[in-house]
Write a protein of this length. Structure first.
Length: 428
């Protein structure tokens, strides 16, 4: 039977037990107080007592300081990366702004180029309009010589209202478009609705309308000359006078060609045709002025005796009446029915006071029973000129005009000539 070994106690152990027994009562009270809610901190063997607020305040402060320390450590650890990212972002933003500026510059350059192109197009259109305007002015100058009435010369000038000259480009039209300078001025910054192109288009349309009116007027003038030439030829053929028997023209001068635009061939050709027709009508007019187609008395003629066989007013026997008798008052003017030269001016037997005028183409006219004579032999007479006054001289029963028309010395019926003159509007 074995027994446990006996414990060996050191003298110091007893002293330690005594100290522990002595200290234990001292520490029992703090542990009880800690359990009551206070917090005790041990630092280097010393006990520090703290309340709950102070304790958690200290804990919070330590946590904040620890967090701040971690943030600071992290910042310094990753400082280069952050700066690099910031610099990269700044560079990216700078590049984006530079790209936008470059795009804006490109757009500005594009707009500037477009404006320059538009300006060049406007200048080209204005140059074309200026050339067309110059062409219209050249046409107007050429048409100015044709603007007169292509009618024949009458014995008496028509009324002023009948002397209106047709405009070469038609009524209401103008060679220089109205508002041209105003439209150009608006190009400098006050362009109306529609812009420059719209204004130029309207201006070009206006010029085209003027050109159309010019062409139409030119065609009308050509047709007028052609129609007048046909009528004159018909009338001359009716009285047996050829249009080629007119006296020679007394004209001349150096040849100066008309400078027309290069692309104006159609207008130039038509203008040449009109010039030829005008010259032909003028030649016919000269022929007509020498043919006794006009009335010897103004107003409505009052015929008292016709041409041909009749009873002689004095002998009451058949006799040949070689002219026409027209009643009138003593002193009424008697006019020449065609241009010519006075062959006789004086007393001539049964004619009494008589004037005989010789015309071209073998034609002659006699005016008898005049009360007075106002021309002399050898004098050149124009159509419609007053040559004397109605009277009752010679074999006459009362105041009247005895009018004769002779061809190659033979008396013919003047009615045929007067009727032909009425077709040309030469009665007055």
């Amino acid at each position: 039977m074995s027994y446990p070994a006996a414990a060996h106690h050191h003298p110091g152990d007893r002293y330690a037990h005594r100290e522990a027994a002595r200290v234990q009562p001292r520490t029992a009270a703090p542990q009880q107080r800690i359990a009551a809610g206070d917090y005790t901190l041990v630092h280097r063997g010393k006990l520090v007592r703290a309340g709950p607020v102070a304790f958690w305040t200290l804990v919070g402060t330590l946590v904040i300081m620890a967090g701040w320390t971690m943030v600071t450590v992290t910042y310094f650890a990753f400082q280069d990366d952050v700066l690099t990212r910031l610099i990269a972002r700044q560079a990216e933003m700078q590049y984006a702004y530079e790209d936008r500026i470059a795009d804006m510059r490109t757009q500005v350059d594009r707009v500037t180029s477009r404006q320059m192109l538009d300006q060049e197009q406007v200048e080209q259109k204005l140059d074309q309009i200026s050339k067309r305007q110059a062409m219209l002015e050249s046409r107007a100058n050429a048409l100015g010589n044709l603007a007169g009435d292509p009618g024949v010369t009458g014995s008496v000038k028509p009324n002023g209202r009948d002397q209106r000259k047709p405009s070469p480009i038609g009524d209401g039209a103008s060679l220089e478009p109205r508002g041209f300078s105003a439209i150009v001025a608006r190009f400098t910054g006050r362009a109306p609705a529609g812009g420059m192109n719209g204004s130029l288009a309207r201006l070009q349309d206006s010029i085209e309308r003027v050109e159309t009116k010019q062409s139409n007027s030119l065609a009308n003038i050509e047709e007028s000359y052609s129609s007048k030439a046909r009528r004159i030829r018909s009338v001359l053929a009716e009285v047996g006078v050829g249009p080629g028997k007119a006296p020679a023209d007394a004209v001349g001068g150096p040849y100066v060609p008309v400078k027309m635009p290069i692309d104006n061939n159609a207008f130039e050709k038509q203008l040449r045709r009109i010039s030829t027709a005008k010259s032909y009508v003028e030649q016919l007019n000269k022929t007509v002025t020498a043919v006794p187609l006009r009335q010897p008395l103004p107003g409505e003629l009052d015929q008292s005796s016709g041409f041909g066989v009749r009873a002689d007013p004095f002998l009451r026997r058949p006799a040949m009446h070689t002219g026409l008798d027209f009643r009138g008052d003593v002193g009424d003017p008697v006019r020449a029915t065609a241009s010519g030269t006075v062959a006789t001016a004086g007393w001539n037997g049964g004619y009494g006071k008589m004037v005989e005028i010789e015309h071209a183409n073998g034609l002659a006219t006699r005016y008898g029973h005049l009360s007075s004579i106002e021309v002399r032999e050898g004098q050149t007479i124009r159509p419609g000129q007053i040559i004397g006054r109605i009277g009752s001289t010679g074999r006459s029963t009362g105041p009247h005009l005895h009018y004769e028309t002779r061809v190659e010395g033979d008396a013919v019926d003047p009615t045929r000539f007067l009727r032909a003159g009425a077709k040309l509007g030469l009665m007055q």
